[in-house]
Design a protein around this ligand. Structure first.
Ligand code: GCO
Ligand code: MG
Length: 403
């Protein structure tokens, strides 16, 4: 028995907001879990503080599965991003504790390493095709084996994936949501030329990826998939919103460009049909949004039966605690595909000292017992929460669209 004696939520903003749950057991062992839900952070804080933590005190931290079921079934209100983020934070903190008590890096408890490291993809973004390609070249020089390419769309002032001048790319950029304009026609004309040029300059030994960010209808996505076939993408991400999983049948029937979906999924039920019918190639759900390591292992096992590989979301709004968990998970599951890497700022890294590392295009979680990441609470306390929203997009006639 490792009795849980306290659980606390820590909110900090070292360049962006992060929510972390810290659980402590009677012998003084602590574990942490990421609970960050970009743009809706304080909803999870309240869910944890007001509803979850009172139920944790006195329980045995080693009973990870039982606590997971208790928080999922016991809430009566199943699923949803807020609930599943809160459950994920508890789950990861408990795995951290268990692995620390065992004196082993977490991946050893998950069955051990299935590979030498986790291949990651970096982000090459630019206002023009040439700027994007130059960024991609820089990534390849740094050892990346896979790069996601996003370029500005001629005729649109801004678009997803391309930073505004002087800003970083991941744009939770306003105390109220900022707005951008979208044109599917202009966008669709711009993508194939980007990849044509990329293959000319980068050759064929680097994996190339692209994120559509849910902005096409299935038939438009099918056309884009067909146009991109000559450039052999590693994946085309979120080609269309996935609430209607059957919509992917149409895309799948038309194109052999591999598809990746899942960063906004929070349970296996969001991707059941996509996986079962082999409508996608990579499931991109990740630890913090999809119920922690316990539930992600369930998703990965189900996906493995259908030859679907993983490809966890890893943008900067997922904290280093989530990145560490994703690496232990990715190193251990048999059907790992790739891991997204968008490096955190130096300020963020200082708040979350960690054992994971990058080398030759691969990441490794390190050999420290547990997750191998801690939170420097004194430093964290210096960075106060700042409300920040993701942008919204409108069509040129003013219709609200998918961002
Ligand atoms: C990605 C994602 C991000 C999300 C962001 C939302 O592929 O990394 O699409 O860019 O928009 O993480 O919080
Ligand atoms: Mg994405």
């Amino acid at each position: 028995m490792a009795e849980i004696i306290s659980a606390r939520v820590i909110v900090t903003c070292p360049d962006r907001n992060f929510v972390t749950l810290k659980i402590e057991t009677a012998d003084g062992t602590t574990g942490i879990g990421d609970a960050t839900l970009n743009g809706r952070e304080l909803a999870v804080v309240s869910y944890l503080q007001d509803h979850v933590i009172p139920c944790l005190i006195g329980r045995d931290a080693h009973r990870i599965e039982d606590i997971w079921q208790y928080l999922y079934k016991g809430a009566y209100w199943r699923r949803g991003p807020v609930t599943m983020c809160a459950i994920a934070a508890v789950d990861v903190a408990l795995w951290d504790i268990k692995a620390k008590v065992a004196g082993l890096p977490l991946y050893q408890l998950l069955g051990g390493a299935s590979r030498e490291g986790c291949m990651v993809y970096g982000h090459a973004n630019g206002a023009t095709i040439e700027e994007t390609i130059a960024e991609a070249v820089r990534h390849v020089e740094q050892g990346y084996r896979a790069v996601r390419l996003q370029a500005g769309v001629p005729g649109l002032k801004s678009t997803y994936g391309v930073a505004k001048p002087g800003q970083r790319y991941e744009p939770a950029d306003g105390a109220l949501p900022t707005e951008s304009l979208w044109s599917t026609e202009k966008y669709l004309r711009s993508v194939a030329p980007l990849f044509e040029r990329a293959r000319e300059v980068l050759g064929w030994d680097v994996h190339l990826l692209h994120d559509v960010h849910h902005r096409l209808t299935p038939i438009e996505a099918a056309r884009l998939g067909v146009e991109l076939e000559p450039y052999r993408l590693f994946w085309l991400e979120d080609p269309t919103p996935a609430e209607n999983q059957a919509g992917f049948r149409l895309i799948r029937e038309k194109t052999t460009t591999p598809l990746a979906v899942g960063e906004i999924f929070n349970t296996i039920w969001d991707c059941k049909q996509l996986i079962e019918e082999q409508l996608i190639d990579h499931v991109r759900a990740t630890i913090v949004h999809a119920g922690g390591i316990t539930h992600m292992r369930r998703i990965a096992s189900f996906a493995d039966l259908h030859q679907v590989r993983t490809g966890c979301h890893g943008a900067t709004d997922l904290s280093p605690v989530c990145m560490a968990a994703a690496l232990h998970f990715g190193l251990s599951v048999p059907n790992f595909g790739i891991q997204e890497l968008m490096p955190h700022t130096a300020k963020t890294d200082a708040v979350f000292p960690h054992a994971y590392s990058f080398k030759d295009g691969m990441m490794h979680p390190g050999e420290a017992p547990g997750l191998g990441v801690e939170i420097d609470e004194e430093l964290a306390a210096k960075y106060e929460y700042r409300r920040a929203y993701l942008p919204v997009a409108r069509l040129e006639d003013g219709t609200l669209f998918n961002w």
